[in-house]
Design a protein around this ligand. Sequence first.
Ligand code: TYD
Ligand code: MG
Length: 394
Amino acid sequence: MQLHLRGVSSEVAQIIDLSKIQKTDYKRLTTKLEEFDRCLGGGVVLGSVVLVSGDPGIGKSTLLTQLALNVANTLYVAGEESAQQIKLRVDRVKPNASLMVLNEVDVDLIVEAITHARPGLVIVDSIQSLETQELESVAGSVGQVRESAHRLQRIAKDLHIPIFLVGHVTKEGNLAGPKTLEHMVDVVLSLEGDLTTQFRILRSSKNRFGPTDEVGVFEMENSGMIEVKNPSRIFLEQKVEAPGSAVVCIMTGIRPLLLEIQALITKSSLPSPRRVGNGVDNNRLQMLVAVLQRRMGLSLWDQDIFVNVTGGIKVSEPASDLGICLAIISSFKDIAIEDKTVLIGEVGLLGEVRTIRQLDKRISEARKLGYKNIVSPPNVKNLPQAVKASLKTQ
Ligand code: TYD
Ligand code: MG
């Protein structure tokens, strides 16, 4: 059907009847990294544009080099590093493997090269290093980053070639960085982790072809990123049974993950004591501390409170509230939590323990890992009951 939408215009806008479009499954290719494929919703969709963002040094280039070596006919566009530097990395990951590298920052020349070479996959490292001569601003500026991404997106769709864009996150430069691209691309992945530990989390926060909030776990080794297939076990490997340590279960996408939360409470010498959360939201921590003071009568007002999630993972779900509270209580009272105890539940302002989504899944994961003492609603309804069910009796 054709309609003349504007009487004067000779241009004809096409209106599409969706019922006439055949439903097709997206064609995907595998990265041969299960954790990566899962974050993408089951592999790379042909013609999709995927943004991979993360702090400098976190391992984006390493992970994408592995991907490049796993997918046949990949073109690695290096805007920041020389071919020699890429070779050094390739040799660490897979000695003497071959890879097509294009050392170029001019996006129009890159588009031309892609059109000509027709690679199976393109990796652009990084989008901030590209520019088009048509704009006057410098590489890395918002205009250049957007325009470069736009041109690459067009070629991805036209030729059905998936393109990965690396984007650095900088504290100050967020605006010119990946944030401005998130609405343009099909998938947004972020590589996170604490540079002092070897764990790296790949998280999807946007995916036009699959669920979001999927998480892949990797370990940074000398020869690249190694997939962690059973993260709960790894994260709990070094757990010690001491006051201040609690185990929680969060959901990462559809996968339950058991983690250790540690708290340390010490007498403060400051007029306003410190509340420091590492891997937990600071506002949430302040709220939970207030609940513990008011509902449990803990005098924390003159104590410094440090809470840390081990393994460099960020915990944002309220489901970990109960574990954070018990870690604090356990450290404050200097009484350890019973062995093989997991704490699952949201804590309300009245000190009540609330149920959370997908409780069954979390409980079954905990059981699988040998956690027998599962402290969660409906068995515990408030903080005093949770304390009774989890702290060791002296
Ligand atoms: P890199 O992938 O360059 O980070 P990004 O692209 O996000 O800036 O890697 C960062 C660090 O990882 C670098 O300091 C060296 C280290 N590394 C390993 O530990 N193992 C490896 O196999 C490689 C290639 C790098
Ligand atoms: Mg890099």
